[in-house]
Design a protein around this ligand. Sequence first.
Ligand code: PAN
Ligand code: ZN
Length: 187
Amino acid sequence: MNSDVILPPQVAWASGVFANGPLIRKTTHIADLPGVFIDDDAWRGCEPQQRVYDVEMLDSPSDEGSLYVGVTHLYAGKIGDEFFMTRGHFHQRREQGEVYFGLRGCGLLLLQTPSGEARLERVKAGSVHIIPSFSAHRLINTGEDTLSALAVWPSVAGHDYAALAGGFSLRVFASEHHPQGWEVGNG
Ligand code: PAN
Ligand code: ZN
């Protein structure tokens, strides 16, 4: 038997930072998110190169049956009355699901069916989110610290952003009138 043991990639659960893995990184700035936030004037007034989120993922095979693993670091911030959030997407292959694991910070996972029914799940360290097939998904950082979540999804799933160009049917707004600091509004 071969006694060489492979040292796999590692993730620090408290921060979501990867070590010892072949990584791909993608940064999304405010300028990359036109039309995502409802207050267009507020969006135009922001520093375009400010980071909204970073995704670090392990460079792994893309064939049918393979899985991607990545961490989204969604920074704290607001544009108008809306918190920083990911663009959000359906999977190109709608039947492909995904799992998110909350690592740090606090926020929400917005899920939406093709017919526009939306629901929210609380994201925090240790939360497990099973994103069913045919579900659009978006992370929202309602806290004051970075929200980090680990995701595992089929490599063949792909991302369809265009289907949500008109936005999700539900929006989350910062609100001082609610102890949790936010309230739900229409999309
Ligand atoms: C995640 C997302 C990541 C960034 O890895 O891609 O949170 O969000 P957007 O892709 O909507 O910009 C995932 O859901 N992958 O399928
Ligand atoms: Zn996804």
